[in-house]
Design a protein around this ligand. Structure first.
Ligand SMILES: [Zn+2]
Length: 116
């Protein structure tokens, strides 16, 4: 059966500050974060690899419930986009055939993590 990649986009709002950085981002501020969850799986008999709804539900349960409208420094040590990407990966990796996680901190700046 063919192998496909699926992408599911979810968003959340949160505050943070960087603890090992000199500049504007060491001060408390917020972002509307966007996550792109990329999985890879084989197309099954029903014509689907993984139900998009299931990906979104897992993201809701494992990530968004914890971080949405929260202060990330209370949850993740030094919550840069990079550290957030690794944290989200660890939350999702047991439930989804993840191959890439993309964290948009702003429209211009985003981090990609592939579990390495
Ligand atoms: Zn920031």
């Amino acid at each position: 059966m063919p192998i496909v990649k699926l992408n599911c986009v979810v968003t959340f709002a949160a505050s943070h500050f960087l603890t090992k950085y000199k500049g504007k981002c060491e001060n408390l501020h917020g972002h509307n974060y966007k996550l792109i969850i990329t999985i890879e799986d084989t197309v099954k008999e029903n014509g689907m690899a993984v139900d998009f709804k299931d990906i979104k539900q897992i993201a809701e349960d494992k990530v968004l419930k914890i971080v949405d409208h929260r202060h990330l420094n209370d949850i993740i040590d030094n919550p840069s986009a990079e550290n957030l990407a690794v944290w989200v990966w660890d939350k999702l990796k047991d439930d989804l055939p993840l191959i890439k996680l993309t964290v948009f901190e702003t429209e211009d700046y985003y981090c990609e993590y592939e579990g390495k």
